[in-house]
Design a protein around this ligand. Structure first.
Ligand code: AHR
Length: 505
């Protein structure tokens, strides 16, 4: 007998208006993200600034609202002044985070140009590893002020008359991590983040600041770090960051799919710490969550460690170039479902990263740019996941996994578009053995009719794409039955599904 799942959705039962920045991404000066990624002068597709237009095209198709820059671990010893002004004067520097040489050919001004071409905005990070408040203020003045003062004038001298107007600022990166240059205790970091955010807002009160949370849920100081940091910095910051990379850890596909349920606990724990500190401080302000690094990352870690150890200080080496599999794409789809269902608290999320480095887009030097498997769930969510998240009440069977016990067969999220004319059901069947007949009960959606269903399906969990060979890509499905407010579709085992209903004109 076919297994069944029932999804009940009601127009009046909403979670939250989704912040568009839930579909952000990240570009770090790391490996071939910038050099030979977005920037390759001399490439047949390069424009007058050296940016690859084929890459820009793929980024535009993803409709990325915000890109975090320039790191990552890189930012904790970054001297932004090295990357501004005439290119011939720019210094080459050693990047300790990734054991490479940073040529500084691309700096803030170039990245802003690229972001404009790619129709996105910049989420800027300051160096709180080896630098501090004074440097963050200089950078803010250079980027955002229209005053007659040293750094604003320097920007004009460098050819950027108008300020860049960055609205979102990260107060450093993963400062709890022992690997971070300038790693700090929670108290040391909390005080520094508080004073830096406070001073930056004295200079430009239109900005929002993100404090560093833990580098991942397994950090020894997880949760105590967030509590201490927020006790010090609550009044001055608007978001706290969450980072998590998903790793198959030599487990089964079922366990890999099940592991994403940890995100619920992760998000709920950090949200409740924010609210405890809010109560203790008797504050009116709510601190929201910025999940500003997430993705699968595990294929290349061992070989990258070897390379950094045995062959350091290269220019744009191949680092973190994970070849993503079909199952990685399904895992990312599950994560996006979690973010939508927590969109009342998670306002920003950045797929880490965007090009070449653990990325949905890959480039060949002097060759084509192509889409990895994980491109598609991200594209679908960015396209159809804007508007209002509705409660997705799911009644589903469970299946057993080795490490995670019983988990649900189907995970789903439902989004009503901003114009209220499209209703999208994102659903993953994470049962690896059985297809599931999904019934969606739609309450309050009279006049809507099934419009499209796209699915990522494969029997080979380890299938990958490469240049010119897109083995994993969405298929258009037609077998939807719709009537009397109920939609029926059979979701293949291990599949990512995007079912769109449209309101008749
Ligand atoms: O995204 C790759 C790295 O992962 C980032 O530099 C760091 O913040 C995280 O540990």
């Amino acid at each position: 007998m076919t297994r069944k799942a029932r999804l009940i959705t009601d127009k009046d039962k909403t979670i939250s208006v989704i912040d568009d920045r839930l579909y952000g991404s990240f570009i770090e000066h790391l490996g071939r993200a910038v050099y030979d990624g977005i920037y390759e002068p001399g490439h047949p597709c390069a424009d007058e600034d050296g940016f690859r237009t084929d890459v820009i095209g793929l980024v535009k198709d993803l409709n990325v609202p915000v890109v975090r820059y320039p790191g990552g671990n890189f930012v904790s010893n970054y001297f932004w002044e090295d990357g501004v002004g005439p290119k011939e004067n720019r210094k080459k520097r050693l990047d300790l985070a990734w054991s490479t040489t940073e040529p500084n050919e691309v700096g803030i001004s170039e990245f802003v140009k690229w972001a404009k071409k790619a129709d996105t905005s910049v989420m800027m990070a300051v160096n709180l590893g080896t630098r501090g408040t004074a440097d963050a203020l200089n950078l803010l003045e250079y980027c955002n002020l229209d005053t007659d003062s040293y750094y604003a004038n320097l920007r004009r001298e460098h050819g950027d008359e108008k300020p860049f107007g960055f609205k979102l600022w990260c107060m450093g990166n993963e400062m709890d991590g022992h690997w971070q240059v300038g790693h700090k205790t929670a108290y040391e970091y909390g005080r520094l983040a508080a004073e830096t955010a406070k001073a930056m807002k004295m200079m430009d009160d239109s900005i929002e600041c993100v404090a560093c949370g833990s580098a991942n849920i397994d950090q020894p100081t997880f949760a105590t770090w967030e509590k201490e940091v927020l006790e010090q910095a609550y009044e001055y910051v608007d978001y706290i960051s969450l980072h998590q990379y998903f790793d198959k850890k030599d487990g089964t596909t079922e366990d890999f799919f099940a592991s994403i349920d940890n995100l619920d606990e992760f998000i709920n724990t950090i949200a409740s710490i924010c609210d405890d500190v809010k109560k203790a401080k008797n504050s009116d302000k709510t601190v929201y969550l910025s999940f500003d690094e997430w993705n699968c990352w595990y294929h290349t870690i061992a070989q990258d460690d070897e390379r950094m150890k045995n062959d350091p200080w290269g220019l744009a080496p191949h680092l973190l170039e994970d070849d993503y599999t079909f199952e990685d794409a399904v895992v990312n789809g599950l994560a996006l479902i979690k973010f939508i269902n927590h969109s009342d608290r998670v306002k920003i999320a950045c797929l880490a990263q965007l090009v070449n480095v653990i990325a949905p887009i890959r480039t060949e030097k002097e060759g084509p740019a192509w889409k990895q498997t994980i491109y598609y769930p991200y594209e679908h969510a960015s396209k159809y996941g804007r508007g209002t998240a509705l409660r997705a009440q799911i009644i589903t069977d469970t299946h057993n996994t080795v490490k995670h016990g019983e988990v649900t067969d189907v995970e789903a999220a439902v989004v009503l578009s901003k114009d209220e004319d499209l209703l999208t059901v994102f659903a993953v069947n994470r049962n690896v053995n059985e297809d599931i007949e999904l019934e969606v009960e739609l309450n309050g959606f009279e006049g809507f009719t099934a419009a499209s269903w796209q699915a990522l399906e494969s029997d080979d969990m380890l299938l990958t794409n490469d240049a010119g060979n897109e083995r994993v890509k969405p298929a258009d499905k037609t077998e939807i039955i719709f009537g009397n407010g109920v939609l029926k579709a059979t979701l293949k085992s291990s599949s990512w599904n995007v079912i769109v209903l449209r309101k008749a004109a």
